[in-house]
Design a protein around this ligand. Sequence first.
Ligand SMILES: Nc1ncnc2c1ncn2[C@@H]1O[C@H](COP(=O)(O)OP(=O)(O)O)[C@@H](O)[C@H]1O
Ligand SMILES: Cc1cn([C@H]2C[C@H](O)[C@@H](COP(=O)(O)OP(=O)(O)O)O2)c(=O)[nH]c1=O
Length: 212
Amino acid sequence: MRGKFITFEGIDGAGKSTHLEWFADLLRQRLGAQGYGQASPARKVVTTREPGGTALGEQLRELLLHRKMHLETEALLMFAARREHIAEIIEPALARGDWVISDRFTDATFAYQGGGRGLAREKLEALEHWVQEDLRPDLTLLFDVPVETASARLAQTRAPDKFEAENRAFFERTRAEYLRRVAEVPARYVVIDATEPIDAIRVKLEELIARI
Ligand SMILES: Nc1ncnc2c1ncn2[C@@H]1O[C@H](COP(=O)(O)OP(=O)(O)O)[C@@H](O)[C@H]1O
Ligand SMILES: Cc1cn([C@H]2C[C@H](O)[C@@H](COP(=O)(O)OP(=O)(O)O)O2)c(=O)[nH]c1=O
């Protein structure tokens, strides 16, 4: 049986990375507990990220996070890294029956390059169809938080990269595009109120895992 593809999304500082490995461990326990791995070779839960996830993708990530470039170059490189990621990691894992959890995927391109930077949605949709064909996440967790909260969290932690250095209006547009996409296809998304304390969010994530 083909595995499932789960993605984590949200503006920078929402808290995705804080939960991803924890969520993957819980899912491993759950898949083990359900005995999926008994008759056939054990199912794995693969964690990965975008841009990145492959050797070439990580090199592209360095460029994308630190070099200035034309907006369309940025979008094309995001999809180039994604093409590699799908071919090398995501498709083989799903075909083996493993589950894949990715820290960001194509929703981020629509939100950042589309919403944040204003690249036409039709161009991104054309790239999405070209690069992914029918591949879409089975489930996307959107960690949603007001821009001020996310910025305050980031200010306390790390030096900003090219995206994190963007202004408040950019992140307002990025967040709005994420939420617009949720409203368009609500069945694919679970919106997590990421203003809550970490422990409270984990209770919600546990409930979610019990249902999938
Ligand atoms: N629910 C939360 N409440 C308070 N601080 C949080 C919460 N979630 C994450 N943080 C903190 O915010 C910062 C950014 O979190 P991170 O997981 O790196 O965000 P993202 O991966 O979405 O950019 C980290 O210092 C993290 O400890
Ligand atoms: C996947 C993707 C990421 N991004 C941006 C969002 C983030 O600012 C950045 C890297 O994402 P991320 O790994 O979440 O950053 P961090 O590890 O610093 O939390 O790339 C895009 O602009 N478009 C995309 O398609």
